[in-house]
Design a protein around this ligand. Sequence first.
Ligand code: FCB
Length: 424
Amino acid sequence: MPPPRFLKFPPRFSWGTATSTTQIEGHIQNEWTDFVARDGRTCHPACDSYHRYAEDIQWMNRLGVNAYRMGIEWSRLQPAAYASLDQKELARYCDQLDRLNEAGIVPMVVLHHFSNPPWLNAIGGWTNAEAIPAFVDYATKLAQALRERVRIWNTFNEPDTYACCGYLIAEFPPQQKGQLVAYRKIIRQMADAHQQVCRVIRGIGSALGPVEVGFSKNWTFFQPYQKQFPWDVFIATFLHSQMNSYVLESFLGEGRHASSSFLGVNYYGRIRFKNFQPLVPTFGFSCDDLAKMGVACDDMLERYPPGLKVALDTMYQKYRLPIYVTEHGSASSDEHFRERDLKENLASLHSAIEHGVDVRGFYYWSLLDNFEWQFGYSKKFGLIGVDFDDEKLPRRMKMLGEIYRGICQENGFLPGKSAQNGHA
Ligand code: FCB
């Protein structure tokens, strides 16, 4: 076997981390405020990043990242539809953005990440067409207010996860089941809002340089565990059509891709079905039992590093937009497993770039251990650990954080080289 080759990424490649408001800020008033997760806990106070963002930026400095994908929480800024922006809340986000820019960490701001202000939820959230002009109004005011501080905007995070978990499988508020019509309507309405917001943001521009705007699509492979089981083939094909193709076509199909300047891709892996059951730990299987079936999982779903290249290739061939991998990460208490997962996925990303896909950056999910929605604090995705049992919420660098720092510094890595023989 030839010795492994150092995988160098393109010059000016963005190395970042990602978070979302509900998962880290705390002190939030949206549909998640009273939601009790499976560990019996709520999103309050999460990592208390609402107060501790300056410290979080110092941690980013220590990691050596040059990019950060962060949310701005709509419910903090508009107490009612079409209201002017709350100046105190805006000033806090401005301070956070100033500190990031001063530290040389380029912010990508996400406008919608699984949460709405209470007044929008009260009228049915994104099932109501009123959501579209209200969101466009918010985005317009925010883009105007932040044109000196933000150059990269991300309209929606994973519309499919939001609509599926809230309206098909009852895992997110408002916890409805089987509402396929609502699911499809939400996707269409978010796609409409996305088109309009792209035009608005391009019009407003940014004082920091050429403005970029896109949305983040979560790409999951859905596959049958055994090809000879027609029902599993059927489920996988159906889910792929609804979760991947329908969403991408609604946002980017039929000439609509021209409004976006990039495509964000969130990639974790795949879900395979056996006798209608998804083979994932979150569906009650143990990681060990799954491993015996050849299904290698983190604490959430099956890892499938070669799929990242396939997903990037497929979407790039079809829509020809520059891509940011806006999320990838793993949840496990085994840092060696996480190191392997990161490096295998980055190697796959690297080979997509070599194959001609225009990938501009990678944002590790996540900066911090945080509130993982329906699972609460049990899933550890952080590069930085947070002790949620200590009310001071102390942060600490994890082994994977050290490894990621090396990758950011060197703009690449040597596959196969593990923490035991060097990096950490
Ligand atoms: C993605 C979400 C993010 C986090 C990761 C693990 O689907 O966008 O908020 O939950 O999964």
